[in-house]
Design a protein around this ligand. Sequence first.
Ligand code: DGJ
Length: 725
Amino acid sequence: MIQFDREHQVFKIDTKNTSYVMGVVSGRYLAHIYYGKYIESTDLGYVLDLDSSSLQDAVFNEGEKVTLLDRLPFEYSFAGTGDFRQSCLAVTSSAGQQGVELVYDSYEIFKGKPGLDGLPATFGDNAETLEVTLRDEVLNIRVVLSYSVFADSDALMRSCRVFNDSTEDVYLDCALSACLELGGGEYQTVALHGSWARERHMERLPVGFGTYLVESRRGISSHQSHPFLALVSPDCTQEHGEAYAMNFVYSGNFFASARKDQFEGHRMVMGIHPDGFRWKLAAGDVFQAPEVVMVYSDAGLDRMTHIFHDLYRNHLIRQRWVYQKRPVLINNWEATYFDFDARKLLSIAKEAAGHGIEMLVMDDGWFGRRDRDDSSLGDWTVNEEKLGCSLKSLVEQVNALGLKFGIWLEPEMISPDSSLYREHPDWALQIQGREGGQARNQYVLDFSRPEALGYICQSVFQVLKSANIEYVKWDMNRPLTDAASTYLPKEQQGEVFHRHVLALYAFQERLLEEFPDLLLENCASGGARFDPGMLYYSPQIWCSDDTDAIERLKIQEGTALIYPLSAIGAHVSDCPNHIVGRNTPFATRSAVAMAGTFGYELDITKISEKEKGQIASQVKTYQENIDLIQQGDYYRIASYQRNNLYDCYEIVSKDQTKAVVVFVQVLAEANMHNRLIRLRGLKPEAVYQAGGNCYRGDALMQAGLPLKRLRGDFQAEVISLVERK
Ligand code: DGJ
């Protein structure tokens, strides 16, 4: 419910368990008052403590305006006029001057949640929205802050639009999406960091007076950093304590920061990175900033995770696929790399079909003259000479074996060695007079140029129409550099990064309009663009190029902190693992891939008969657990990342009648008792059967589930629990 208490000039947004409160100070500024556990009262203006000696003068005395701006907890901060903390909005006027002052203008509360023009965003029924309008009277710009909630979720969705109501063009130097002011107290940051093949490792640090910054300037959300930031109470565990989290529904450069101020308040912000961003807001134009999802939990990280998972499953991922059983696939990348033809692919498909695998995915190397990673991106024509047949014929033969067919694409790129580049060198992003920097031997296409975007769309669609292709893996293998365009005028060069993301979204939207049943999996050199923006288009995203089961424990823990397991691309691959060289049992690889979209990525014709013999039952176990994996509540029981010994997670059905526990012993220890693993989320009074034994829920949650010590490193166990009626 959303309300405005006119008497106290307070806005209050309630979800079932939370309240978010802001108020108008002196009829002029919009200040943040409270975010946290549900509060009944709207009489909360006192929290701002305006009568205290430090603020009193400032509020009522124009001579202390800067003093006020320097200390008020703003709902949306602005630069250049007295708030010296992190700003959300920075504008350069037509006179080249910087400075904004946003004052309260009006509000509207309505049913529903409008879409965000050109951007992915949460959607769904039973929503309510508050829009608060702020104005800069000198620049004549208007900022509309938007807050939405869904009846079935404790998340709060925020975004904003900036309107230029003047007759002069202005430039947005910074237009972040959300700001959250938390008062005094101690907080720690929880963020996800990494590198290629090492994505989304969790890091936790105390917040101090220096700025804690999470950012990407790579044009993608990136391997290195993640558009997520949480401030948690120092006592926050999986089950207890407070967490305030922000997650950005955006796939390009981002900026999220937190710091303590001089009064020990904390400001956390999130939005498009101001570096590499300068948006010309012409007279009469509007700029839409992307959505930030905010989650508050007073029951630790598990609760935060559940709110994100449910929100993304019910209000972000397209419903066509979210709860649909996805085909168990086999991908040829780690099996063959670029060295394949139709005969090789068909031999994989044939063997796979015999073991219950349901789809073959042909990865990189089927087009142009691409036998290595140094050519042909942009030339989306099938290399029939290499394949030995047409795509249509290959797909028909795969379908005849009872398998669906999927294909790999990398539409945002252009190889210097391609017909497309030779014909249109100006279609690559480039800085005048400077040789473009290549990464993986490729340039990025300038998607702000309509004919480049149109041409690639058309050639990709042509391929997809030429055969019965039911799945696309959309890859993206380098960061954006030389982010300048030969198409855009000079005053719009600061728009290239954001325009690339907008064009990518428009492209994927068109793709799904054209092929509504297509199963799309996004990917970016592994998991460099695993973010809510991409999830809006694809129900699953390739999580990491590191398929080693042990490395994956850390990567998948960080990913599942926010994203539902049904979104996490995970495959069983061959050993020694191609990235780290580690040998792990086939069963462990399967147990770990089960906490995701489950598939295979190996040459099934070459693995041992013993391993082949396990595939059908692995697929069966996955399918038996699919409802839990796609719909259940995920609990992090133990973290190898933190204890260096073992990992354990549990998935419980919403009705608490079923659960599955995955336990991975990374390192064996000598001379120890068996383990007792305390489960969570069960009905205390119910009796659950686990293997041949029965336990009451309260015993499993308090005393624990007994697990026999496994022999050897890298061993896994999957335990199913079913309520006995
Ligand atoms: C990076 C992806 O993450 C891999 O799975 C594979 O598709 C390669 N690109 C192909 O170039």
